[in-house]
Ligand binder design. Structure first.
Ligand code: EPU
Length: 297
């Protein structure tokens, strides 16, 4: 056990609520992940900026946790400060635009946009996570990606300044954006007036399609691999005969082979071994190297 550090002193002096040795398993949709030395949920941007500077001064590594839905955190203790932005969750509507803080829950914003008859976010129906996470990985699916509605994104620089990046200053690609590595604090999304009944019908149809083709409910982290150019990772893993294949407490979903499920007892290592098996099998059969979509901490 490491003792009281200067960073602990800073947190105490600033009255910053902190959870010590908090298990990340409770904060990821995979329900996997060992304890983290410090878990802090900043109450506003100023507190976040102060924390970043203090961590830098005290030589403490920081990581940002979004909605925990695209993440595999391994089991050992993480000697870092994890910043959870769930308290930065203000969402201000000024139709047809909406200004969102980083920690806003994406499904809630999508649902509300549909209820307000605003088009542009409904392609993201059924995508879990936070706004910041969605921006960083250009979340989306067959029907569209978040990049098409972004007007600007505010990021916090390491010096504690807020810098506004216009849409043209951000590079978005398939499940990737140049925002990676930056600390997003908020964004403005530009939607379009639409027909509420038609939007609701699209929303319901996408959700029904996901329920029919993807495992919902069981602990997972969404699609594990990106689709390779011209191919479908799920189909390839399926054609390798791996549906249902289990390692320890982790198994490949019998419903969609690009999803891995935690049966309740999976370790991070079980999932990593299953990832290795899927990769090797696809490489051997198709000569394709699958790239991870999920982040591994
Ligand atoms: N398929 C199989 N076997 C399987 C799974 C899929 O043969 O086990 C076939 C399907 O029949 C279909 C094709 O593979 O012909 C593609 O499958 P699907 O339509 O389910 O789409 P996907 O490419 O696997 C993508 C996104 C999903 C997103 C859906 C729907 C990626 C890696 N995945 O899935 O995103 O929800 O489209 O829009 O781009 C995620 O990113 O986490 C995710 C789940």
């Amino acid at each position: 056990m490491v003792g009281f550090t200067p960073f602990d002193g800073w947190l105490r002096d600033h009255g910053t609520p902190v959870l010590g040795d908090a298990p990340l398993a409770q904060r990821t949709t995979f329900k996997i992940g060992g304890p983290v030395r410090w878990l802090v949920s900043p109450r506003d941007e100023n507190e976040l900026a102060g924390l970043l500077l203090a961590a830098k001064e005290c030589d403490v590594e920081t990581r940002v946790l979004g909605g925990g839905s695209n993440l595999l955190r391994l089991d050992e203790r993480l000697d870092s400060c994890v910043l959870q932005l769930n308290r930065l969750s203000r969402c201000e509507w000024s139709a047809p635009r909406v200004t969102v803080q980083a920690g806003c829950n994406l499904p809630k914003v999508v649902k509300e946009s549909v209820a307000r008859g605003l088009a542009g976010l409904e392609p993201l129906t059924g995508v879990p996570g936070s706004i910041a996470g969605a921006l960083i990985m250009n979340a989306g699916g067959r029907h569209g990606e978040i990049e098409s509605v972004v007007r600007w994104v505010d990021v916090l620089t390491p010096d504690g300044e807020i810098r506004r990046l216009g849409r043209h200053e951000i590079d978005f690609r398939y499940r990737w954006s140049s925002l990676r590595g930056q600390l997003i604090v908020g964004a403005e999304l530009e939607l379009r007036p639409g027909d509420p009944a038609a939007l609701k019908a699209t929303y319901d149809a996408i959700l029904a399609d996901k329920k029919a083709t993807q495992p919902m409910g069981a602990p997972n982290a969404g699609c594990v691999f990106k689709n390779p150019p011209g191919g479908k990772a799920g189909r390839m893993i399926d054609e390798c005969g791996l549906k249902g294949r289990r390692i320890g407490g982790a198994f490949i979903s019998p419903k969609h082979a690009n999803f891995m499920i935690n049966d309740g007892g999976a370790s991070g290592d079980d999932v990593m071994r299953l990832i290795g098996l899927a990769r090797e099998s696809v490489r051997a059969r198709f000569g394709v190297d699958l790239e991870l979509e999920i982040l591994v901490w």
